[in-house]
Design a protein around this ligand. Sequence first.
Ligand SMILES: Nc1ncnc2c1ncn2[C@@H]1O[C@H](COP(=O)(O)OP(=O)(O)OP(=O)(O)O)[C@@H](O)[C@H]1O
Ligand SMILES: [Mg+2]
Length: 435
Amino acid sequence: MNLEDYILSQDEEAHKQRLHNKLMDMLDLPMLQTVSSAQASEQIERLCLQLMQDSPTPLSLDSRQKIIRQILDEVLGHGPLEPLLADPTVADIMVNGCNNIYIERRGRIEKVPLTFRDDVHLMGTIERIVSSVGRRIDERSPMVDARLKDGSRVNAIIPPLALNGPTVSIRRFTVEKLAIDTLIDFGTITPAVAEVMEAVVKGKLNILISGGTGTGKTTFLNILSGFIPANQRIITIEDSAELQLQQPHVVQLESRPANIEGKGEVSQRDLVKNTLRMRPDRIVIGEVRGAEAFDMLTAMNTGHEGSLTTIHANTPRDALGRLENMVAMTGFDMPIKNIRAQVASALDLIIQLERQEDGRRRLVSMQEVHGMEGETITMSEIFTFERTGVDGEGNVLGRHRPTGVMPNFYDRLARRGMVLPRSLFGGDDVHRGIL
Ligand SMILES: Nc1ncnc2c1ncn2[C@@H]1O[C@H](COP(=O)(O)OP(=O)(O)OP(=O)(O)O)[C@@H](O)[C@H]1O
Ligand SMILES: [Mg+2]
């Protein structure tokens, strides 16, 4: 459905309000919850039509249908969020108070001309979403993560913490899943990078995907995980399950926050430890954020090769620093040099993603992690995005190119039967060296 077909004119809107008020007096809401949603919507529709007939100003058939649809969405669904949730091109929905709804589509953010009646209406919608996953939102717990039936991830935060009124952020998951070819079409990577990515996953390198918020880390991780051979046992660990692996042998684990009494927490760290007793071939961690970093590195260093994860960081070097901090925060009394040595020997490859100002997500660097030189971890860049400028429409110009450095993993992959064409890595301007 087109959003334009959903939005009401001022007259229609006024009509809807009147109808809605009358309807609220007539409807037996508790009873509606006991019948199927098809029955409930049939009843509401019948009542609406009846009320419309009594109305002094006649409405066109088209207007009547639009109004009824909105009322149904309000009474039984998520109100103005419904048409956005039904649109597969909407990737993100952001609500800042009842009057401001934004969406992200094809990498761009736009405001939509839809609103909630007031903050009470918005709060009601939020409560409906969070109560459906057995959680609640109120002054005592003013921040909640929840999930919609279709798997979309929802975060809500309310006043007094949110100053603009109840605030909701929805990351959609029914949006057509991106595949490696779409990443090439979108200019996120090149065919050469895609070929290397497939080989490094099959060849069991430990890979860290780094990027800021919304740069496409989870999407990239999902696509990379798709290259894991179907005969391997994959265990995924996430705070909020987003990955959708297609292989037959996948065990999905999700951490659990503490309940209102502060009890019952199962952290990602607990899950990583447990996973080691579950005979995984591959461990895929949605995002490392804390103490689990230590156990993940230990796992990578003790034979669990081919693990994949993401981290929130702006450069590969920054990603290393953050990992180090996460390990240091676990409270082990370990000299920083030893932590670094752990990181360096665990990781093989870092992929850096960026969301650039034209809304596109790009791989901007691929770096191989070598080892230590003195106190520093050494890496070398294999692919880079060379930015040359911005065109008249604000599109970032540039190209991906190999740096010409032959990665050390080349031989390792070759030993495992994956012989990549050397030309994939041979850039036009060859500069060797360790960054
Ligand atoms: N390569 C891409 N090109 C265009 N859009 C993309 C690309 N990768 C992801 N997206 C879109 O960008 C949004 C964010 O993607 P994703 O959830 O993978 O990012 P993230 O970095 O994991 O975000 P977060 O920091 O919230 O965890 C999604 O709506 C997704 O559809
Ligand atoms: Mg993510």
